[in-house]
Design a protein around this ligand. Structure first.
Ligand code: HEM
Length: 285
């Protein structure tokens, strides 16, 4: 997205980013050098400094990345984004576009390791496609089972727990009167666990999304890992393609094993992930 070349700079940015996200939901918000919050603020300032430098570099020499596209973008009146706007857009894209896919792919690894029968079916689908040629755009549209698995990971381990909406018109809901001007939180987590939509919601079952069952089609907005309505995730198509490519490559070319002595309990903050992160050993097949 920023056109950063893999290497020391990337590692430093990634570390700063982790420190920032660790302090994002801190309870103790004293900005002291030793609190999580204080460390996050310091990391954020370093990231902003770095982004300022990168924006200026890309303005001089545009490269093939999202930031360079944003720099060149103009509205109908020919206005460009200001430096400040470019920097905040870059921060948003880093968080919205990185933490979320990382979270879903992490849980995909876990669930495939936990459910050998699902892994077997997903791998068979990939090996069959691989026998016809290398992974390409056309093949990405021919993986119905992997799509089902990713939908179930989205339902079961939604990277984002919910979102806010402003109420523009009074309405009644379940006997409650909600006045205009209120702010509401819609819960992705609770929606995905509703028994009337998803029977046995606590079982991981990609076949819920099979052509015969289509459990998410009974009511609108039943599967909302990417939000819904006019403000649905802008990166949804990109994220789904990115995750499919990575999943397909893993299934085709690797075995993996979840290492012992780690907790796979879910923690939701700063992002939905296993408590100890995920230590996993990949081996080429
Ligand atoms: C698994 C991956 C992802 C998930 C689960 C996810 C989820 C979400 C959710 C729940 C929202 C809020 C939608 C709403 O308010 O109803 C959102 C918004 C957004 N997402 Fe994503 N996202 C993902 C990947 C990405 C990627 C890859 C990008 C960019 C490259 C991205 C950029 C954005 C942006 C810019 C918004 C704000 C859109 C707006 O307010 O109009 N997301 N995303």
């Amino acid at each position: 997205m920023l056109g950063t070349i893999p290497g020391a700079e990337c590692v430093r940015l990634s570390q700063l980013f982790t420190t920032l996200t660790n302090g994002l939901f801190a309870i103790n918000t004293l900005p002291l050098p030793f609190t999580k919050f204080g460390k996050a603020i310091a990391a954020r300032n370093q990231i902003l400094e770095h982004l300022k430098k990168v924006v200026r570099e890309r303005q001089q020499n545009p490269t093939k990345d999202t930031l360079s596209l944003l720099i060149q973008a103009k509205d109908e009146e020919g206005n460009s984004l200001s430096e400040k706007e470019l920097i905040v857009q870059a921060v948003l894209l880093l968080f919205a576009g990185h933490e979320t896919t990382t979270s879903m792919l992490t849980w995909l690894c876990v669930e495939l390791a936990r459910h050998p029968e699902v892994l077997k079916r997903a791998r068979e689908e990939q090996l069959q496609l691989a026998s016809k040629g290398d992974l390409n755009l056309e093949q990405l549209g021919q993986m119905p089972y992997l799509e089902q698995v990713l939908l179930e990971v989205e339902r079961f381990h939604q990277p984002v727990g919910g979102g806010f909406r402003g109420v523009i018109k009074d309405f009644e809901f379940n006997g409650f009167h909600v006045p205009a001007g209120w702010r509401l939180l819609y819960s992705i987590l609770m929606t995905h666990k509703l028994e009337e939509i998803y029977p046995q919601p606590e079982s991981f079952d990609p076949d819920r999304f099979s052509p015969q069952r289509q459990e998410h089609k009974q009511y609108p907005f039943s599967l909302i890992g990417f939000g819904g309505g006019p403000r649905i995730c802008i990166g949804i198509a990109f994220a789904k393609m990115e995750m499919k490519i990575i999943a397909a490559q893993l299934l085709r070319s690797y075995h993996w094993e979840i290492l012992p002595n780690q907790s796979l309990d879910t923690v939701f903050f700063p992002s939905n992930r296993p408590k100890d992160g995920l230590r996993v050993r990949f081996q080429p097949r």
